[in-house]
Design a protein around this ligand. Structure first.
Ligand SMILES: Nc1ncnc2c1ncn2[C@@H]1O[C@H](COP(=O)(O)OP(=O)(O)O)[C@@H](O)[C@H]1O
Ligand SMILES: [Mg+2]
Length: 369
């Protein structure tokens, strides 16, 4: 996939920008506070109608206006089909358009513009609770198997009804009426996740060896104790579920555990190694998506300097460009990237929310080998 053009109005400190991107690499360079991360965030927003920086979305609207607009022209590099995605957002509402049609579900955007973001807080994936790790896993399952999303919505809906019955203190038999559907949908979700993870594992191993020089294994934790399956766990846990007023077990509580030589990486890896592991995980997903669907997601890399030391930075950048995906990188120092002429990367200078393509990008920068 490639984002060929991006038009912004009132996105944080960027009042107006019209940008034409390279299909290989795009570098946003400028001082701290210039608006580089805002640019990456706007691309992320176009893909997910969310931000990777805040859950309070009204903050992304320019502080002196009451709406923002992001429009992007996207090419599916497999089918050569062009699409136009657009989001207009005010404090009160968000309107999403795909090829001129109004769309209700923001998840439709992601299918046109899959992306992976690597940012300085990336290691939170390992350190925080399981939600981020489930999101990581489900990103891959969704892009390989789009029906996963409706399956997930169905499961969440059934679970909500079961939880409501639990909260209302209904009799065990009334609660168990929901169990058949919870089990059926929950097991399907689990099977899809496990199948995806099975295919992802060799890529994770490959990129971990390449970037960290260590082997990493991933284990899937089901979200229930694995004796006798999900049905058994629900039945056994019913009384405690009734006391607590919610369903304590199921794929909504699943998790991933990353291990090196049987030790959890969180207890063992340095911060730098954890960051590299997260880079490796993202690269593995990109590779797996390409293998399954022939599609490349966009790769957004925020604040490269704070991520890695020189040796690992060079290795990582080289590996990123070798994926063939369209890359967007923000940095305060262009020299860190060691670009040479020839690869078709574009460089954009960002200063106080003004974005200008550098004349130098005519030099057709190339990534050094
Ligand atoms: N809603 C907003 N309206 C106007 N300016 C904003 C808004 N949100 C953030 N900013 C400004 O954006 C700038 C930070 O941009 P950012 O992309 O994070 O910088 P960097 O180039 O360091 O990545 C700050 O100057 C901040 O004041
Ligand atoms: Mg930044």
């Amino acid at each position: 996939m490639a984002l060929n053009r991006l038009t912004l109005r009132n996105f944080r400190n960027i009042e107006a920008a019209e940008l034409k991107f390279s299909s290989t690499g795009n570098i946003f360079v400028g001082q701290n506070g210039a608006g580089k991360t805002n640019l990456l965030e706007s691309i992320y927003f176009l893909s997910l109608a969310r931000s990777f920086r805040t859950s309070q979305l009204k903050k992304i609207i320019h502080s002196q206006t009451d709406y923002l607009q992001v429009v992007g022209c996207v090419k599916d590099t497999c089918t050569a089909v062009d699409s136009v995605l657009g989001i207009r957002k005010s404090v009160a509402n968000t309107q999403i358009h795909i090829n001129g049609e109004t769309v209700k579900q923001s998840s439709r955007l992601a299918a046109y513009l899959p992306l992976q973001v690597i940012h300085p807080q990336g290691h939170q994936l390992l350190e925080q609770g399981p939600k981020l790790r489930r999101q990581f896993l489900d990103w891959g399952v969704f892009h390989v198997e789009p029906s996963f999303l409706s399956l997930w919505h169905d499961y969440a809906h059934t679970l909500k009804q079961r939880n409501a019955a639990l909260r209302q203190g209904q009799a065990p038999r009334a609660i168990q009426l929901w169990d058949e559907r919870v089990i059926e949908q929950g097991e399907k979700i689990t099977d899809l996740r496990k199948a995806y993870l099975h295919k992802l594992q060799p890529h994770i191993r490959y990129y971990c060896l390449l970037l960290i020089g260590l082997d990493v294994d991933v284990e899937y934790r089901l979200g229930w104790l694995n004796e006798g399956g999900f049905a058994h766990a629900l039945k056994k846990g019913l009384e405690l579920d009734r006391q607590q007023g919610y369903t304590r077990m199921g794929p909504h509580r699943a998790d991933l555990v990353f291990k090196n030589e049987n030790t959890r990486v969180q207890d063992y890896f340095s911060r730098g190694q954890q960051k590299l592991l997260v880079c490796a995980l993202r690269l593995a997903q990109i590779k797996q998506l390409k293998n399954e669907t022939k599609r490349d997601p966009l790769i957004l890399i925020d604040d490269l300097a704070s991520e890695l030391d020189e040796h690992h930075r060079e290795k990582f950048i080289k590996t990123v460009f070798e994926t063939g995906a369209q890359v967007f990188i923000s940095t305060t120092d262009l020299d860190l990237l060691k670009l040479k002429s020839g690869s078709g990367c574009k460089v954009f200078h960002v200063e106080r929310g003004e974005v200008t393509e550098m004349v130098h990008s005519g030099m057709q920068t190339e990534i050094s080998q």
